[in-house]
Design a protein around this ligand. Sequence first.
Ligand SMILES: Cc1cc2nc3c(=O)[nH]c(=O)nc-3n(C[C@H](O)[C@H](O)[C@H](O)COP(=O)(O)O)c2cc1C
Length: 197
Amino acid sequence: MNILIVYSHPNEKSYTFQILKQLKSLILKQNWNLEISDLYAMNFQSDMSAIEYEREGFAKRELPISEDVLTEHEKIENANCIIFLYPVWWSDCPAKLKGWFDRVYSVGYAYGQTDEYKKMKTIPHGIVICTAGHPNEFLKEIGIAQSMQNIMLDDRLGKRFENKEMLILGGTLELEKVMENHMQEIENVVERIKKNF
Ligand SMILES: Cc1cc2nc3c(=O)[nH]c(=O)nc-3n(C[C@H](O)[C@H](O)[C@H](O)COP(=O)(O)O)c2cc1C
């Protein structure tokens, strides 16, 4: 089993980093292969350049794709399961991860495919895990939980993934109330990955 975690948080003192550590240890216990794209640590370029836009914006599939994007494509092709892990910032993922989608989902690869160019494979399992300051109940009440789910699962993961799920680990402003439950949810996710294979 090959797992890819696309991780987006700038600071190791964060709660999201603790979640990453917990996930890592559970995954390694299963003896699965783990690759992590730690976007801030890699200094991943999240802005699309003017030259890249020539390709993406005008769907000129014949133009070259940047090396760092090709490296991410390779990681995607090797994965049976991709986990996106990030904190909710302004009701979405951090701009760094948004930029990963902008650039890595290149035309001809992740959408707008033709027979001539390499297509993204269908990934068996996609999991979105985000930490959020607000409690889940509040995020549901104001409709944000649903819109985050629509954008991440229906659009960004879309038909590129066979099984998809999203876990909102909310209520981090009062960590002592939610931490135990969050850790249990992470264990359950690993169990579900196991069942899927
Ligand atoms: C720039 C910024 C924007 C944030 N926006 C939201 C938000 O829209 N909704 C929310 O529930 N929490 C929001 N939060 C709280 C984070 O989701 C929370 O800090 C995170 O769940 C856990 O923090 P940590 O991993 O950074 O320690 C925001 C935090 C920051 C720093």
